[in-house]
Design a protein around this ligand. Structure first.
Ligand code: GUN
Ligand code: FE
Length: 426
């Protein structure tokens, strides 16, 4: 029997659309060769020969996608939250990231990060490394060992950073990046390279032009940051005065959707021109609510993006966000959407529980293709949630238990099982 063909039994919940939650109590989730064959109230005859794991009264939900996370920032998570973006980068982030030129340090730090990510609700992640190729290779190896599915980026930045961290010049940066792509593309089963210009202010025109060429040559996806902070946006206008908006800078160099599958973190203060461009080019938004709170960035208009049909997922942006919990991320997304509705635009109703659950699973998962759902044909990522430890006098239905897990994930709840791309991870 193949290890990626099995049946899971329990109370099964998944998002079909952002408004439609499917719930099957005591149902059967069938996985054949790593791919979902759907959820059934009674196990169909044709699957009776597959091994069944009975998770009894526990919840079974799709794995979550963290669409934006910085692996090297894990050591200072929860620290230094009293600054805005640009000062925070100079004070906390760049000094920490410069430590990854030391492989012994990277070994320790990425070891801890990979172990913790494995134990979290995240089954897929789009990850920033640092500018250092050897440390990024190490990160990829460690993530591959977890069984999780990831895109990992060697960061590019050749200006406006510390001497310690900045790449020497565009040519050196591009040579190193091309060598890294050749070495890692197709090397792993679950870990793939993604082009990662850090953000426009730290990337020269020649660097971004070269990255655009690499994108076309290797067909890689792209990740970066966009319109996170007001001072950052002003700075981009000064650095690239010809641009019609911040996103136009990436677009100019072929790093903004279309053939280049792209995810941009934040989009808190995107102009109408930028939103139009994101929509036209199918650029994903990685909504990172906790980071936007911690760095006083603002509130991203996620309801608007959903109404416009822009693809959206959730990100922790750790260490802008303090932790790697996608449960906390969902609760924060609901919370900030309520503040947006109350304080900024009463035409934009808050996000509902079903909607953030969709964003954390199928919304972000779609960046990887068919992931984040239990519909037939989806790669099977699943979490088994044992919520017995959340003590209450109430007897709740499955949907209420899921809602409670989003808010009380850290209270006595245990991840009793985890599967990624059809393989058991924990
Ligand atoms: N913009 C450029 N670099 C970063 C980073 O490391 N974190 C966040 N939140 N925004 C950035
Ligand atoms: Fe970030």
């Amino acid at each position: 029997m193949r290890e990626d063909s099995f049946v899971l039994k329990g109370n099964i919940c998944y998002a079909k659309t952002k408004d439609q939650l499917s719930v099957t109590d005591q149902g059967y989730l069938v996985c054949c060769q790593g791919v979902s064959k759907g959820v059934y109230p009674v196990l169909p005859e044709e699957y009776r020969n597959l091994p069944v794991t009975d998770y009894q009264d526990m919840l079974i939900v799709p794995g979550m996608t963290d669409l934006h996370i910085h692996a090297p920032q894990y050591p200072f998570r929860g620290l230094g939250m009293d600054l805005e973006l640009l000062e925070w980068l100079d004070t906390h982030t760049f000094p920490e990231e410069s430590r990854y030129k030391d492989l012994d340090y990277a070994e320790k730090a990425y070891g801890i990060f990979a172990e913790d990510l494995k134990q979290s609700a995240t089954t897929r992640a789009v990850v920033f490394g640092t500018v250092h190729v050897p440390a990024t290779d190490l990160l990829m190896e460690k993530l591959e060992d977890t069984g999780l599915v990831t895109y990992v980026g060697k960061v590019n930045m050749d200006q406006n950073s510390t001497d310690d961290l900045r790449e020497t010049d565009a040519v050196t940066a591009l040579d190193a990046t091309a060598a890294w792509i050749k070495e890692t593309k197709g090397k792993y089963q679950n870990t793939r390279p993604i082009l990662t210009p850090r953000f426009a202010p730290t990337c020269s025109g020649p660097l971004m032009e070269g990255l655009g060429k690499l994108q076309r040559e290797y067909g890689l996806p792209v990740q970066s940051h966009l319109s996170e902070n007001l001072s950052e946006i002003e700075w981009v206008k000064e650095l690239f005065p010809w641009s019609s908006c911040y996103g136009d800078v990436y677009e100019h160099y072929g790093l903004f959707g279309g053939q280049a599958k792209t995810v941009m973190a934040h989009c808190v203060h995107s102009s109408d021109t930028e939103v139009e461009l994101m929509k036209k080019k199918g650029v994903y938004v990685a909504h990172c609510p906790q980071s936007n709170i911690n760095l006083s960035s603002g509130i991203a208009p996620i309801r608007r993006y959903l109404e416009e049909g822009i693809p959206v997922g959730l990100g922790t942006d750790m260490a802008g966000g303090a932790n790697i919990s996608m449960f906390r991320c969902m609760a924060d997304a609901v919370g900030v959407s309520k503040l947006y509705w109350r304080l900024a635009d009463q035409g934009k109703r808050p996000l509902a529980m079903e909607e953030v659950f969709y964003l954390a699973t199928k919304g972000g998962g779609s960046f990887f293709g068919k992931a984040g759902s239990f519909e037939e044909g989806y790669e099977l990522d699943a979490l088994v949630l044992d919520d017995k430890g959340i003590r209450s006098t109430r007897t709740l239905g499955t949907k209420e238990r899921l809602e409670r897990c989003i808010y009380l994930a850290e209270e006595g709840k245990r991840l009793a099982g985890k599967y990624a791309a059809g393989k058991k991870v924990i």
